[in-house]
Design a protein around this ligand. Structure first.
Ligand SMILES: Cc1cc2nc3c(=O)[nH]c(=O)nc-3n(C[C@H](O)[C@H](O)[C@H](O)COP(=O)(O)O)c2cc1C
Length: 177
């Protein structure tokens, strides 16, 4: 299947993208086609709630979200990749999610497969509580079919991430699809 990996860290070679790399390797070995979209280095602006789109029409903003929207509408699966920022998605990823507004109906009608990959510094048992819950609620609302989550606690730097169990977990998730 076609898998669209949406990265969202300002660190091109950081922890969350390292986990994504491992996921991608596994998914490619399993025969899937991968497309990567780096939202943190794209020109994407926040939704301005102008209601021009009426939740199903062109967005009035002319930026890279037009490219991403087409990719999303043509893919079978999205992988959301993010560093944990104040217990939620990075604002770079949240901007993308808010821009789903202009194709909300089309998106939920697709019943897309999704996965979540997160890297966080902390390793408390509550570190991922809220991002996990937010993601699960998005899945429920947008009719996403969750294929798995890699919630990388103690992944504050690339070296911390490399010695953790999470790269392997990300690889296994990709391979299992
Ligand atoms: C603005 C900001 C907010 C952060 N908030 C959290 C947080 O709530 N919990 C946590 O464990 N780490 C937090 N961190 C640390 C990052 O999640 C962590 O360093 C992660 O590995 C960065 O991933 P990256 O290299 O892919 O950007 C924060 C970092 C920044 C810059």
């Amino acid at each position: 299947m076609k898998i669209l990996v949406i990265e969202s860290s300002p660190h091109k070679n950081g922890s969350s993208n390292l986990l994504a790399e491992n996921f991608i390797r596994g998914a490619q070995e399993a025969g899937h086609h991968i497309d990567i979209f780096d939202a943190a280095h794209a020109d994407i602006h926040p939704c301005i709630a102008c209601e021009y789109c009426g939740m199903s029409g062109p967005c009035c903003q002319n930026d890279d979200m037009a490219i991403l929207r087409e990719k999303i509408l043509q893919t079978d699966m999205i992988v959301f990749v993010t560093p944990l920022y104040y217990f939620g998605f990075s604002s770079q990823l949240k901007m993308v999610i808010d821009r789903f507004y202009s194709f909300n109906g089309k998106l939920s009608a697709k019943g897309l497969k999704t996965a979540l990959i997160v890297a966080a510094w902390d390793s408390n048992n509550w570190t991922m509580k809220d991002i996990k819950s937010h993601y699960q609620t998005l899945c429920q609302y947008l009719n996403f079919k969750d294929q798995g989550m890699v919630l990388g606690i103690g992944c504050g730097t690339v070296s911390m991430t490399k010695i953790s169990s999470f790269p392997k977990q990300a690889y296994n998730l990709g391979k299992s699809l």
